[in-house]
Design a protein around this ligand. Structure first.
Ligand SMILES: Cc1cc2nc3c(=O)[nH]c(=O)nc-3n(C[C@H](O)[C@H](O)[C@H](O)COP(=O)(O)OP(=O)(O)OC[C@H]3O[C@@H](n4cnc5c(N)ncnc54)[C@H](O)[C@@H]3O)c2cc1C
Length: 258
């Protein structure tokens, strides 16, 4: 299988750097092909702007979606974007690895998503009408591929528990897992999270490394998070609200999981 690891940490000798190197070796030793996008090492350009399209500017203002669509359809994207899209097409599984920074991914990785997820590639896919709202949330370009987050946090596990002050980890990661990964079609595996990183010593590092190794060994047979498919019958179209008989009386992020 082909695995792409998209990784964001500025220091190779960090906890994240060590775990990333471990993952590459573990996957290769198991016979998988691995490619990496080490965003800091690549000096990845994080900000989406008009320079992302090689097409001459048209109109009197820059429209990010329209420019992205035109560049994607006409082979006029900047080379760094096209190269990352090729890696995504190649991959059977994608791992996004990062330290949790301000309750989300580091800005450099958000910028990778914004620029690589072009119109026509990751969004704006499929028929959009009053009867069908595109191929997304369970369908789309990445259907059939798997994705998993590997995340480290300064906060304790209890801080991210169902009644913890930071909010449950599944809610904190929902915009990434449901929005960035499930939306364009990935099957999203439960995240691998290392909490309370300031307390990591040799013993705890070995535990985390072994637990991650197990998750990597089971990348192909771990059950994905059972998010509800947009076009699976649970939602009204085009309102895209859950039908009344689905999770009746409940609201919040958790209702989008079966
Ligand atoms: C801008 C910013 C925003 C943040 N926002 C949040 C937030 O919203 N929520 C939150 O919970 N946290 C937050 N944090 C904390 C952050 O998530 C952690 O600092 C980060 O996850 C730690 O990962 P690291 O790779 O940088 O660890 P490091 O600092 O590199 O390492 C952590 C520990 O692991 C040890 N270690 C590293 N490698 C090894 C090894 N090979 N063997 C043994 N021990 C090792 C180190 O000695 C160290 O003690 C934030 C931090 C920053 C800088």
């Amino acid at each position: 299988m082909n695995v792409l690891i998209v990784y964001a940490h500025p220091e190779p000798r960090s906890l994240n750097g060590s775990l990333k190197e471990f993952s590459v070796k573990r996957l290769r030793d198991a016979g998988h092909a691995v490619q990496g996008s080490d965003l800091y090492a690549m000096n990845w350009k994080a900000a989406l702007d008009a320079g992302d399209s090689l097409a001459p500017a048209t109109g009197d203002r820059f429209d990010p979606s329209r420019a992205s669509k035109y560049a994607f359809e006409n082979g006029l994207q900047s080379a760094d974007i096209a190269a990352e899209q090729a890696k995504l097409k190649w991959a059977d599984a994608v791992i996004l690895q990062f330290p949790l920074w301000w309750f989300s991914m580091p800005a450099i990785m958000k910028g990778w998503v914004e620029r690589v997820y072009a119109y026509g590639f990751a969004y704006g896919v499929g028929e959009h009408s009053d009867a069908r709202w595109g191929d997304r949330y369970g369908e789309g370009t990445f259907a059939g591929k798997r994705a998993m987050l590997v995340v480290t946090t300064g906060g304790w596990e209890s801080h991210y528990s169902p009644r913890g002050i930071n909010g449950p980890i599944d809610d904190v990661l929902f915009p990434i897992q449901h929005g960035i990964l499930y939306y364009p079609g990935f099957d999203v595996l439960p995240p691998f999270v290392v909490y309370r990183t300031s307390r990591i010593d040799e013993e705890k590092y070995a535990e985390a490394r072994d637990a991650l190794g197990e998750r990597l060994d089971n990348l192909w047979n771990t059950a994905p998070i059972p998010f509800r498919a947009q076009n699976g019958g649970d939602y009204r179209v085009p309102e895209l609200t859950l039908k009344d008989d689905i999770a009746p009386g409940r609201a919040g992020l958790g209702v989008h999981i079966k």
